[in-house]
Design a protein around this ligand. Structure first.
Ligand code: ZN
Length: 330
């Protein structure tokens, strides 16, 4: 199965949905990390958390009209210091996490990122074109509920965020393993015109509708019957039919391939080569002397680029690569 994203609406009802299943996109993220000789593969609990974040960030990016990147970050106070997913408007995405120490086999969300209830989840929307002085929009939510009790499901953290930031009821089902990261989002559409004029009657009407729309409530209850194992094993048609066979759905053309969610990282061997050249020949050769090779890892995807003594020497003899004048001109 290729990575794919399905959007749909419930005919005549103020409810919409998105289903995402990341396969090759997700395993490429895992493969790059596992190939890193310094970090090695993600332990299972962290892998599954990052997979759920990746599915959720993709759902959220596909669900907003916004021309810019969406970044979901968890700043943890446990062994997982940081987990980040970045999704572009065209659904190109990448993800990474920083782990200090070791995780037990069945580490919970709070064990990983909310050990002292100080963990935070931030969503940043960074517009592609900004007017002068414009800052990216960022919303932050804690990893505990209204009573200060740590939340153990990432989906619940994000449902809080959506209610707080968009004032929309949202139901999220998320699941991930070593081969797939998947999610289902069900959202109540704003009442007509809501969100246009802040503080007007219209948005108050919308606020009043929170938790009250019967159609949304019924569909949300159906969505919540979806098991993680079904989300990871069944295809989109089967999932939607099983959950919503009594509802009338209009589905849009699925997004996959070049139009769908896919892995992309901006790192390349060429970029790293330019960076080494900018360090200068002396610096580069001293590292080679000490370690036998130059190794630079991409912080975002974990891939390591290695330059042996011959590679490195070539960087400095190829005149097209010369960065600043004077580095080795004589
Ligand atoms: Zn990279």
């Amino acid at each position: 199965m290729v990575s794919q994203l399905h959007k749909f609406i419930f005919d005549g009802l103020p409810v919409r949905g998105v289903l995402v299943q990341l396969t090759d996109t997700w395993t490429e993220i895992l493969r790059r990390r596992a190939s890193n000789t310094q970090h090695g593969a993600y332990p299972a609990p962290l892998r599954d958390m990052l997979g759920q974040m990746t599915a959720a960030a993709t759902l959220m990016q596909s669900n907003i009209k916004f021309d810019g990147s969406l970044t979901m970050q968890i700043m943890g106070d446990g062994p997982v210091k940081l987990a980040v997913v970045e999704v572009q408007p065209d659904l190109a995405l990448r993800a990474t996490a920083t782990l200090i120490g070791v995780l037990p086999e069945a580490a919970s969300l709070s064990h990983m990122v909310n050990a002292r209830n100080q963990g935070r989840c931030a969503i940043t929307l960074d517009p592609k074109t900004k007017f002068p002085g414009q800052q990216p929009y960022q919303g932050v939510v804690p990893l505990f509920d209204d009573d200060g009790v740590p939340i153990e499901r990432l989906s619940e953290v994000l449902e809080h965020y959506m209610l707080q930031s968009e004032q929309l009821d949202t139901t999220l089902m998320l699941a991930a393993n070593g081969t797939m990261a998947a999610g289902l989002l069900i959202q109540r559409l704003p009442v007509q015109g809501a969100g246009n004029l802040e503080g007007s009657m219209v948005s108050r009407e919308n606020e009043d509708a929170i938790g009250r729309n019967e159609d949304y409530q019924r569909i949300a209850i159906l969505a919540k019957t979806l098991q993680a194992e079904e989300l990871l094993r069944l295809d989109a048609d089967t999932i939607l039919r099983r959950l919503f066979w009594e509802e009338s759905l209009t589905r849009f053309e699925p997004l996959h391939g070049a139009n769908g969610p896919r892995f992309a990282c901006s790192c390349s061997r060429e970029r790293v080569a330019r960076m080494i050249v900018s360090l200068g020949a002396d610096e580069a050769h001293s590292v080679i002397e000490e370690r036998g090779e130059l190794e630079v890892a991409c912080e975002f995807c974990g891939v390591q680029y290695r330059f042996d003594p011959v590679d490195t020497a070539q960087l400095f003899v190829d005149p097209t690569r010369q960065a600043a004048p004077g580095s080795s001109a004589h």
